[in-house]
Write a protein that binds this ligand. Structure first.
Ligand code: GLN
Length: 535
């Protein structure tokens, strides 16, 4: 294929319609037809990246291998397409303005007035096309965050409008995602919000080529015809996206609706046959077919928002399908866990995950949860702060260091078992300054994790400032909490596991960022297997 082609996905009517899932599903279909695809997300907020955002704002911060802190939609892209994304796949308004302002300060604009059009829009266009420069992709899907009509989205809409002019009709396609609400009082599906939303796009100079309509009920031919007529799109370009029980069914639904075919038609690519979705279908079959339930408690402090632990929940789901069981995750608020109620809260679960996090809110509840898992021999998986809690718990209750803690929480401890990494000591800025992204981890031969990975050296992603304090390693290993994964360059402890326990593993890295539908993560698979085997 010659020129890289671009698919632009916008959203209307309301936010949270699942543009990310639609984009990822389309990507999967195109990939199934042999095209090299990647997806990019443009976020209209002014934060330079979501790394400094509280998870309550936009859910989890997803970390790429190259160390970018990004929007959680990139997690969907990687999980659906089994690709690696990078810094270039997520761009925010903050980053756009930052580069334009830096150029202005350098004098690059030679005395010109710097304006939204053309300077900001040019920078947006440059960022969009950057991914296509190396010729690595046939098709790039660009998802524009927010909703058309938002003040913040305007420069993005203008930039993608211009890109059709720059790149040509045959290299661009506009998909607009809207909602068709159902009014239960009159039993009717309503198309007016879609019509209005398309009108707003038109005011901004974009005639969508394809409309994807989110709906709770089937859209009949008459309704589709009405939308096609009023919104000026072909009838087969009105695509229904009906609610389903799992997001992993969406690519299959989009295939039934022929979303890939209509998109390729607009890109002037002739199609025949169907995309290869065999492995995907196999996964969905296993996911939906498993009846044996495995109950997992996820102990964290952002539990009010399911999206805060998106990648962990998806990784557990992938691992469930692999093991042929149905994983049911219950989020447990760590702030509510006390020494008095911990047994009530955690009784009956076959596995306990202690989640990543920052700061001391809810920390004691997490430590109590580790203790419960250790003493009751329940499979335990501690991730990042979860590992650190396991280390603190062991120090206090097994090694007898009663005041042990992480120096993130207090400096008033004579046993700083978790301490600030050396390279973090001079760091004062918050944004993008943690230990981020992929680092190597050498696994100890014969350990539980080495057997799970069936490898000697792995690469996993990180996002932290604190680490296990190696001064105490000998004491830990003597009592059975051993280090089974180490970064070969720095000697930093990456994994600890407890011997003589059915399954007790903590990782300093975040394995959840690497689990995909086609390649579920070995540690999650092993954890769920142990949980399923628990009597
Ligand atoms: N707050 C801890 C640290 O910075 C753990 C971070 C995390 O869980 N991602 O080391």
């Amino acid at each position: 294929m010659g020129h890289t082609k671009y698919v632009f996905v916008t959203g209307g009517v309301t936010s949270s319609l699942g543009k990310g899932i639609i984009s990822a599903s389309l990507g999967r279909l195109l990939q199934g037809r042999g095209y090299r695809v990647t997806i990019q997300k443009l976020d209209p907020y002014i934060n330079v990246d979501p790394g400094t955002l509280n998870p309550y704002e936009h859910g989890e911060c997803y970390v790429t291998d190259d160390g970018a802190e990004t929007d959680l939609d990139l997690g969907h892209y990687e999980r659906f397409l089994d690709i690696q994304t990078s810094q270039a796949n997520n761009v925010t308004t903050g980053r756009i303005y930052q580069s334009v302002i830096n150029k202005e300060r350098r004098g690059d604009y030679l005395g010109k007035t710097v304006q939204v059009i053309p300077h900001i829009t040019d920078e947006i266009k440059r960022r969009i096309t950057l991914l296509g420069r190396k010729g690595e992709y046939d098709i790039i899907i660009t998802e524009i965050g927010g909703t058309v009509g938002d003040i913040e989205s305007l420069p993005y809409i203008e930039a993608v409008r211009q890109l059709r002019w720059d790149l040509g009709d045959e290299n661009t396609v506009y998909i607009h995602l809207t909602l068709v609400p159902f009014l239960s009082s009159s039993g009717e599906l309503k198309t007016k919000p879609t019509q209005h939303s398309v009108k707003v796009l038109l005011e901004n100079g974009i005639q969508p080529d394809v409309l994807v309509l989110r709906t709770e009920h089937e859209l009949n031919r008459d309704l589709r015809k009405k939308v096609a007529l009023f919104c000026n799109v072909e009838l087969d370009a009105v695509i229904q996206s009906i609610d389903v029980s799992t997001i992993y069914e969406v690519p299959l639904l989009m295939q039934e609706e022929r979303l890939d075919v209509i998109v390729l038609k607009h890109l002037q690519i002739t199609t025949s046959g169907a995309p290869d979705l065999n492995a995907w279908k196999e996964f969905v079959k296993k996911l939906k077919g498993s009846e044996v339930r495995v109950r997992i408690a996820l102990v964290g402090k952002y539990v009010e928002l399911f999206d805060a632990y998106k990648s962990i929940i998806e990784s557990l789901t992938h691992a469930g399908a692999t093991n042929g069981v149905k994983v049911e995750v219950t989020c447990i608020h760590s702030e509510m866990v006390t020494a008095e109620n911990v047994s009530d809260k955690l009784e009956g679960y076959q596995g306990i995950v202690v989640a990543p996090g920052f700061g001391d809110r809810g920390i004691e509840g997490k430590i109590l949860s580790v203790k419960y898992a250790r003493e009751h021999r329940i499979p335990f998986f501690g991730i990042c702060l979860g590992l650190q809690c396991a280390v603190i718990e062991f120090a206090r209750n097994v090694l007898g260091y009663v005041d042990a803690h992480s120096t993130e929480m207090t400096n008033m401890t004579s046993h700083p078992v978790i301490d600030l990494m050396e390279e973090q000591k001079g760091v004062t800025e918050k944004g993008g300054t943690m230990r981020l992204g992929g680092y190597a981890c050498a696994l100890k031969k014969g350990s539980r994790v080495q057997r799970a990975y069936d490898a000697e050296l792995v690469r996993e992603r990180h996002r932290h400032r604190y680490e296990f304090n190696n001064e105490f390693l000998e004491a830990y290993e003597k009592k059975g909490l051993i280090s089974t994964g180490i970064n070969p360059e720095s000697g930093l402890v990456e994994i600890m596991e407890l011997t003589g326990h059915p399954w007790f593993v903590g990782t300093q890295f975040h394995p959840e960022y690497r689990s995909t539908v086609l390649n579920p993560h070995p540690l999650f698979i092993a954890f769920i297997k142990a949980a399923a085997e628990l009597k």
